[in-house]
Every structure is written in C-alpha cells, then in structure tokens.
Write a protein that binds this ligand. Structure first.
Ligand SMILES: Nc1nc2c(ncn2[C@@H]2O[C@H](COP(=O)(O)OP(=O)(O)O)[C@@H](O)[C@H]2O)c(=O)[nH]1
Ligand SMILES: [Mg+2]
Length: 367
C-alpha cells in the first residue's frame, strides 16, 4: 500500500471512530500516524519535483510586518491591495485574475507593512487543487492573515481556515506550552503542571512512540489536546492571528448586512473596497492588530530622536532591535540603557533579553 492509500485508510478510521474516553488513546495514535505519513508524503513530493516546496512563489519579507490576503476567488483581494498599498494588482470580474503573488507596501503611522495578494483559495487548495500548495505556502510568512469574505459568501471562513491548517499554519492559536526533551534512558516521563482534561498521559506516551521517542521528558504547562502535542513534535507549525473583513457591502442594504453579521459568531470589519468605504478604518485596525511599538533611539550622551522612532513588533527584545539595526551590534553589545515603561527607573541598564514597551527610549553601549 502506498502512502496516499495509508493516509486515506487512517482518515476513514478516524471518521468512523466515536470520540469518547475509551477511544481517546486510539484516536491520538491514529492522528499521530496520519501526520507522520503526511510529512513523508510531502518530503517525497518535494524530492520528486526537484524543487523547493515554495519554488517560484518565495517572496522576500520586507518592511516591519507582513500581511497576507486570503480569500475565495473574486471577493476583492486585489482591489483591497490596490486601495491600501502602492501596488497595482490586476482586478477582474472573473476568477483567478491573480495568478502569482503580488506584493504591495502600505505605509501607515511610520510603519511599513508588506501586503501580499495571493490567488484565490478554493477548497482542496492545500492538496493541490487550483494553484495549490506552493502558492498557499507563502501565507506561512504572515505576521497577520487577512481573511476577505464577500457579502454573498459570508460562510467561507471555515474552508479557508482548513486550507491554512493543512499547510501547517495554526490561525489564531498560540504555540502550545509543552517542552519535549529527548533523554538517553529512563523511558518517557510526562510531567503535567496543570490538570489535563483533553489528553491522558498514556496517550502522550503513545503519540511520542509513533515518532520514535522512547526516552524523553515531557513538560506540559497548559491543558493541551492530541493535535497540539503532534504539532509540537512535528515542529514546523507557524502561528499567526487572523483579521476578517466583509467586502462588497455596497451590494446589500443595511438590514441585510446586519443579518449577515449577526449570523457570524466573530467580528468582521464591513468594507466596500472598490469605492473606499471604511478603508481608513480598515488601515487603522490593520495597524492596531499588528501590535507595533515605537522605540526612540538616543545615542550615548546625545539627544533622543523623537522624530523617527524605530517601529518594531510588540514583544521585541533589545537583542531583536540589535538584529534589525545592524548585524554587528549584537556582537559588540555591552549593555543598553532604557527610559520608559519597561523599566523601574530611567536609564536602567538592561541586557539583550529585555522586552521593550511602546515609547521606550533606548541607548546602546558597545564594547
Ligand atoms: N460592488 C463591489 N465590487 C467589488 C468590490 N471590491 C471588488 N469588487 C469587484 O469584484 C471583482 C473581483 O475583484 P478582485 O479584486 O479582482 O477580486 P480577487 O479575485 O479576490 O482579487 C471585480 O470586478 C471588482 O471590481 C466592492 O467593494 N464592491
Ligand atoms: Mg486577485
């Protein structure tokens, strides 16, 4: 039996199996086997094609953050790109007008945001339907995934999310708080620091054994499920938040729009990209969701530059700032001084791992 048949067989068994306490362990193992086979299949496909997995569609990340536009064909992605960036992406009333990835740059409040317009996704894209996997893989570089829905097709989000999950993106999830360390001897020990309600320790051990971990220490710090454990073991998952807009609201009356929004159990920003309705609000919300912070640089013994702050993502450390400024800075780094909310007193000395806050003032002291 070939790999695709094996995957199919396992998927059928998963579909047949009722989810309950008695089957939890078995299901965990099935999912682990499926994920392992999928990885093998992917490796073979890449080898057979003789190219990288994202050949021809690799897009260099530029700017302070990258946003990827995702949606069904003809929902208005290219129109949005053209409205908010300097790009000129082809707009068309027919499907698949955009055949490659079109990048644009949106400059807003001093931040440079790279926006990538992807060809429309259809169900099964991750399995190679339509333009398929190679194009979709570009979404893996996203700091934020912008989901575009059409007022006449407002229920498309689950299909899009499923396709993203298939290529290893975990939309709106955080990396699970689990550490798996291989050890030389001693079998598998599972230490849970919180009560586990979705997975049993035996299942953790079973799943690890599918991946050949027979000696390991597993530290679980949150109430995870089997899928999350498999994600951690595979290690190639990317985690990104999503932001959803509902486009073409000019096509329906306010009452119908209210009804459409009521049916969706999550927030959407109503938009009419073509005529520009809500575009300013859209840019603002996009900027907010990227959670930028401003860092003002002060040369040692000099004046703070309040005019041109450094724009970085929230969560950035002094070390991250070194990397964005100059490669050599990290090696020459002695210490930094910070004034602002992230420190207890102005001018406090900090190291590379210090996390910065919005509007901190930063001085580097080098060797
Ligand atoms: N009525 C209306 N039409 C729109 C709007 N945005 C885009 N369109 C039209 O929808 C069609 C598809 O747009 P396009 O940007 O190419 O969609 P894409 O395939 O998602 O990139 C084009 O004919 C656009 O003119 C909008 O806000 N309102
Ligand atoms: Mg397009």
């Amino acid at each position: 039996m070939g790999i695709p048949e094996k995957i199919k067989q396992i998927e059928e068994e998963i579909a047949r199996t009722q989810i309950n306490k008695a089957t939890e362990r078995h299901l965990g193992v099935l999912k682990a086997r499926r994920a392992k086979l999928m990885r093998e299949q992917e490796a073979r496909q890449i080898k057979a094609s003789g190219k990288g997995s994202d050949d021809g569609y690799a897009v260099k990340k530029t700017g302070d953050a990258t946003v990827v536009l995702i949606g069904m064909p003809s929902v208005g992605k290219s129109t949005i790109l053209n409205q908010i960036t300097n790009a000129k992406s082809k707009v068309g009333a027919y499907d698949f007008t955009t055949l490659t990835v079109v990048p644009g740059l949106m400059e807003y409040r001093g931040a440079k945001i790279q926006v990538l317009d992807l060809p429309g996704i259809i169900a099964g894209a991750a399995q190679g339907k339509g333009l398929g996997k190679r194009v979709l893989s570009v979404a893996r570089s996203a700091d934020l995934i912008l989901i575009t829905l059409d007022v006449f097709q407002p229920g498309a989000k689950p299909i899009l999310l499923k396709e993203l999950r298939e290529i290893g993106i975990r939309p709106d999830e955080k990396p699970p708080n689990i550490v798996v360390e291989k050890t030389a001897v001693g079998g598998v020990s599972v230490i849970a620091q919180v009560p586990l309600t979705k997975i049993r320790k035996e299942t953790v051990k079973d799943i690890l054994s599918v991946y050949g971990f027979h000696n390991a220490r597993v530290m679980i710090r949150e109430d995870i499920n089997d899928d999350q454990l498999i994600d951690v073991i595979l290690g190639s998952r990317v985690y990104a938040p999503t932001f959803t807009v509902l486009n073409k609201i000019d096509m329906i009356d306010p009452e119908s729009l209210r009804k459409v929004r009521e049916k969706l159990d999550y927030y959407v920003l109503p938009l009419a990209a073509e005529s520009g309705v809500n575009i300013d609000e859209f840019r603002e919300q996009l900027y907010q969701r990227l959670e930028f912070i401003r860092v003002y640089m002060r040369p040692k013994g000099g004046e703070t530059d309040y005019k041109e702050p450094l724009i970085v993502r929230s969560g950035y450390t002094v070390g991250d700032v070194c990397d964005t400024l100059h490669k050599a800075l990290r090696t020459d780094f002695k210490y930094a001084q910070v004034w602002g909310k992230s420190v207890r007193f102005g001018g406090q000395k900090v190291g590379l791992s210090h996390k910065l806050h919005d509007e901190d003032v930063l001085t580097f002291v080098t060797k």
